[in-house]
Design a protein around this ligand. Structure first.
Ligand code: ZN
Length: 135
């Protein structure tokens, strides 16, 4: 997660990540679970809501603490998974064939990668105007 922050911040100066433990009001919640349903080692998603006329963006991710063969057997694989799932929290989707933490091949990599493609995609998402209508 810090890799994402360090990679994005030079391009988007106001972007910063702060980490706090057990803060239910934090806009992004990270939960470690003994086991997740299905075969995934984790998941992440972006969420948003309009409150007092202001768009509030956050997200959630859950990571399984139970090692899964080939995907989260080592700490490096868990780091890759967290980098991937946090990319989802930032709003990124999967990338089938690019050099990206969001590639489907993330679990076969030997090191954590937040690539220039990831940063560019994230910056473009941040720069997008967000259309919404208040209910
Ligand atoms: Zn994914």
């Amino acid at each position: 997660m810090r890799l994402w922050g360090k990679a994005i911040q030079p391009k988007v100066p106001w972007f910063r990540l702060e980490f706090a433990e057990k803060d239910p009001s934090a806009p992004v919640q990270v939960k470690w679970k003994r086991r997740l349903p299905g075969t995934a080692g984790g998941w992440g998603r972006l969420s948003y809501r309009v409150r007092d006329g202001e768009l509030r963006v956050g997200g959630e991710m859950q990571i399984s603490t139970t090692p899964l063969p080939r995907t989260t057997s080592t700490i490096d694989q868990v780091r890759l998974l967290v980098a991937h799932e946090f990319g989802h929290v930032l709003g990124l989707g999967h990338c089938l064939s690019c050099d990206s933490a969001m590639s489907y091949a993330w679990h076969t990599r030997e090191r954590v990668l937040v690539t220039p493609t990831d940063v560019l995609t994230c910056v473009k998402l941040i720069e997008q105007p967000v259309p919404y209508a208040e209910p």
